[in-house]
Write a protein that binds this ligand. Structure first.
Ligand code: SF4
Length: 512
């Protein structure tokens, strides 16, 4: 069998998976593969999977079911399942889907090129798993091109502009940079410590160098990634250690050509005043924090093994807002966790109102196999109660969103223009479906979408030449999830609190 040359890569789940996909695709492009959007015609199909919720796993099984029917017509098509679901469900997945050729966990992605070589002779599935979830793990074949996982990050493709034909994979103006892998927290509901393994921190010099190369390649906004990003701490014998606050300062100060720097996701217990102070003093660090609370009840937080109380969480919000009145804060909440009472749920709603999140990701609890909660706690909140609490919480958060957005009316704000809005893209698609010729690179007015320093989405009419640049927009209408604006003109620099003060923009309009 010859090596496939076209690759279809689909990513489910979090930003960490998005980054893994970019790195894997970069590696494949450098080996002569060409990306395709055609799942059936692709010679190599890679599904980068997520195990955080059952729904995400169901989607993968549905995709694999379809690929089983394709296999009849395309016996040479190679199917690879990578990411958290490969790690969590490895043996079970192969038993249910024997047409899967490659299984590769998120901690073994540097072995993927070697697995592709292995699969050429079709001696059965090529497998690389860390085996943290199974004592009887499938054997790992060590055949990678990279020495270790760190090399996958360090070896990324920087010349993003040469990959304009793969816009789904490479954002040309925004990029993720991993600073920490894995997680040590073992929240009782979460599968991540088992699928991605224990925390490992990357050397600060490599992080700074990667951010610099991205900025020099034209990236306008870098998001530092870690499952618990603010727990970053690099130690090496014989060298001074580097804390998260120190890393943030280094990246900000040593890469002055980068207009915007963000980081996600923060863990409440780990946020130091030093890190908040660095944010407050650094004009190019976005005024945005994503700090999941998960519940507003101390009893539930304890069962979740989160390691903080609601009071401590509220004090963190107070500290952040005292130091940065313009900060936008996002949260995560789980409803219907094991043993959650109506009183517990009302406390979560109270926390939601106190936090005034600029947005909150709300999830109904679903047990994940292998976790403490699945094995030791009872999933005792009925589905209809979970659904009702989910809807109630969404309604409260929508009110908070709308109030925050309405407070921004008539303010002028700088946004990084990300691209055409979904509405504009839909119009373009319908023109194409009517057979009208559409040139996607055409310069001209249309609806654009941009993002504020606080991570708010703004849509406005403007020339597509603005994509990848900063624009100054006046907010003229607000819905719970979107701000609508009119273009005031291009902006040469991002809005920070200091710049906002200089320009007389009320700080309140920048925060939720
Ligand atoms: S901090 Fe908790 S929820 Fe977040 S990845 Fe780690 S175990 Fe999962």
């Amino acid at each position: 069998m010859t090596l496939p040359r076209t690759v279809y890569l689909e990513t489910m789940g979090c930003q960490m998976n998005a980054l893994d996909s970019e790195l894997v695709m970069g590696e494949l492009l450098s080996r002569g593969f060409r990306p395709t959007d055609d799942l059936d015609a692709a010679e190599l199909v890679i599904l980068n999977t997520c195990s955080v919720r059952q729904h995400a796993e169901d989607k993968v099984y549905s995709r694999l079911g379809h690929l089983k029917s394709v296999r009849g017509r395309r016996p040479d098509q190679v199917v690879a399942v990578i990411g958290c679901m490969a790690e969590r469900d490895g043996d079970g997945l192969l038993a249910k889907m024997p047409h899967v050729d490659i299984l590769c966990g998120p901690g073994e992605l540097h072995r993927l090129p070697g697995l592709l070589d292995d699969v050429r002779d079709r001696r059965g599935p090529a497998v690389a798993l860390s085996g943290r979830l199974r004592a009887h793990s499938t054997p790992v074949r060590h055949a990678g091109a990279h020495e270790d996982l760190e090399a996958l990050d360090s070896g990324r493709v920087f010349n993003l502009s040469s990959h304009v034909d793969t816009p789904k994979i490479f954002g040309r103006h925004q990029a993720y940079v991993r600073i920490t892998r894995g997680c040590n927290k073992y929240c009782s509901f979460c599968v991540v410590p088992y699928t991605r393994g224990p925390e490992a921190h990357r050397p600060p010099e490599q992080i700074v160098a990667e951010v610099r190369r991205l900025a020099q390649a034209g990236v306008m906004e870098v998001t530092l990634l870690g499952q618990t990003v603010n727990h970053y701490h690099y130690r090496e014998p014989g060298r001074p250690s580097t804390s998260f606050a120190e890393l943030l300062r280094r990246v900000h100060d040593e890469v002055p050509e980068l207009p915007r720097l963000r980081f996600v996701t923060s863990y409440p217990r780990d946020f130091t005043d030093e890190a908040l102070a660095v944010m407050a003093e650094s004009p190019r660090i976005c005024r945005y924090l994503h700090i999941p609370a998960q519940s507003g009840s101390n009893a539930v937080l304890k069962r979740m093994n989160r390691g903080y109380t609601v009071e401590e969480y509220r004090r963190l919000l107070d500290r952040a807002r005292a130091m940065m009145p313009d900060i936008c804060i996002a949260g995560d909440m789980i409803v219907g966790f094991c043993g959650e009472t109506e009183a517990d749920f009302r406390q979560s709603l109270d926390l939601l109102r106190y936090a005034r999140y600029k947005n909150c990701f709300i999830f109904k609890y679903s047990p994940r196999p292998g976790t403490h909660a699945d094995e030791r706690l009872s999933d005792d909140v009925p589905e209809e109660v979970k659904r009702r609490r989910n809807n109630d919480m969404l309604a409260v958060q929508a009110e908070i969103n709308l109030a925050g957005h309405r407070a921004m009316m008539d303010s002028v704000i700088d946004v990084l223009v990300e691209g055409r809005s979904k509405r504009a893209l839909k119009m373009q698609e319908s023109e194409q479906s009517r057979g009208e010729e559409v040139d996607p690179t055409v310069r001209g007015p249309g609806q654009l979408v941009g993002r504020t320093s606080g991570d708010q989405i703004v849509v406005f009419d403007g020339d597509s030449e603005l994509i990848g640049r900063f624009a100054r927009v006046r907010i003229v209408a607000a819905t719970p999830y979107t701000l609508h604006g009119t273009l005031e003109g291009p902006a040469s620099e991002p809005v920070s609190a200091a710049l906002a003060r200089q320009r007389g923009i009320p700080l309140a309009v920048l925060g939720a």
